[in-house]
Write a protein that binds this ligand. Sequence first.
Ligand code: ZN
Length: 257
Amino acid sequence: MITHTHDPLFFNASINRVKYSKNGSSDKNCPFCDKAQQANIHRIQDDMVWLDNKFTTIEKSQMTVLIESAEHEGDIVTYDQAKNRELFKFAFSCWQEMIDSKEYHSVIMFKNFGPMSGGSLRHPHMQIVGMADVDAYEEIGTDNFVGLEVRKFENLEVNISERPIMGLAEINIILRGDENLDAFADAVQASARYYMNDFLDGRCDSYNLFFYRIHGKAICKIVPRFLTSPYFIGYKIPQVFTDERMQEIAEELRARL
Ligand SMILES: [Zn+2]
């Protein structure tokens, strides 16, 4: 048993209460549809907007939101290829700008989609969060990104974690260097579509994307979301599928990449 774990993030509950009571989740109250509600904008490109999150719930952090599209019901799963590639280019550029500012110990980027993902707003968005004192990668190991190979081409690799962070089937998309961001965007889109449309006969309605910049690589981990396993909540024991099922998933995904 280890004696020390990750320092917690301090969650500011009073701010979060305002968020839910004011906005709810409906279209007409959506703060990302309503341009009048958008302030502290950092960058705009086409219908994508990168701005401060008004509702900062984590202390000593800069929380920002990247609105992906003007379309309230949009998502990576449904954008056409060109739109999805533009989104990745824009998001990576915003993320890098925050990393380059050197004001934060860690800058993380992620996306919640669907009721089980931890997100509170339907409107498609990513979050880019700079944390002053937290090393976000402290408990993440390089073994969390290796696994059963699905496909490898040029500087891009797609695999399914054999040592997932939480489980069960975490897809890793790994880009070495900065070339081929379009192919990276395509692979993330194909994987998200696989989880939302085909995996478990379409019973999965939520996913997360987590982005990492480690050792000169850009990594996206795609996690389909269900009720979290008590093995993980209580004991931090991740679950994996059997080898046989993992091979099946790899085959199904390979056919879509
Ligand atoms: Zn909206």
